[in-house]
Design a protein around this ligand. Sequence first.
Ligand code: IPD
Ligand code: CA
Ligand code: CA
Length: 270
Amino acid sequence: MPPASPVLTVMIAAARKAARRLVRDFGEVENLQVSVKGPADFVSQADMRAEATLKAELAKARPGYTLVLEEHGVIEGSDRTHRFIVDPLDGTTNFLHGIPQFAISIALEREGDLVAGVVYNPVADELYTAEKGGGAYLNDRRLRVSARTTLDQALLATGIPARGWPGHAAFLAELAGAMAATAGVRRFGAASLDLCAVAAGRIDGYWERNLKPWDIAAGALIVREAGGQVTTIEGGPLDLTAGSLLASNGTVHKLVAALLHPTTSGHTAR
Ligand code: IPD
Ligand code: CA
Ligand code: CA
């Protein structure tokens, strides 16, 4: 990995610091699985604590920057050109159930452009980083998206809309199409890590709806810097607020878009 810029160094240090406590709390959650009340309250406290650490560390190092925090909302800074976008615990349901697939996600936007991203899975000790124009890394290893070109070889990931969320019927239609045409579909449960899996070439594509900026900002840059493509499912430019996201190795992008959204993508899946 080339030397990180000063601000990426700050983001990595903040993620590692918040992760130390999060991992201790995760160990506790595993013990709480057997209790009647369950660990839900404890997990939301762990989430808030992680965010408080990230907020303090980022604000200390870059006092003027605006902070977009999943739990605390937006804290406007004096510097309106820079925004940190933070998910302190992505994969909450996994964390709650003792499944070690969760991450801290921090992105930096400069004048609306994603310029740095960190996604850290502390249990696996997998630190994904990217800076605009500088490539994407998993720990010290340069990342490159997969080279698969056909749908029948492509492994995809997705997110299943939760109970009470919109789009269940539409999702089932998309899933049916993906099941019929691809090598398989996974639901890992942490959007930031799904994007990093695309960047690492572990999977070839990932789609999900109802996502928030903090789920995807860092991971989207990491995919781009690994040579992949990120758009809305409809094929439009990445929009952090659109909620609709399709990421891929680039080669299968139009094929997957056509599979999911045959009427508007203008492409056929074959
Ligand atoms: C969730 C995870 C999940 C995705 C959801 C997100 P959270 O974030 O990324 O994989 O399917 O849409 O809300 O709530 O665990 O931070
Ligand atoms: Ca999230
Ligand atoms: Ca979260």
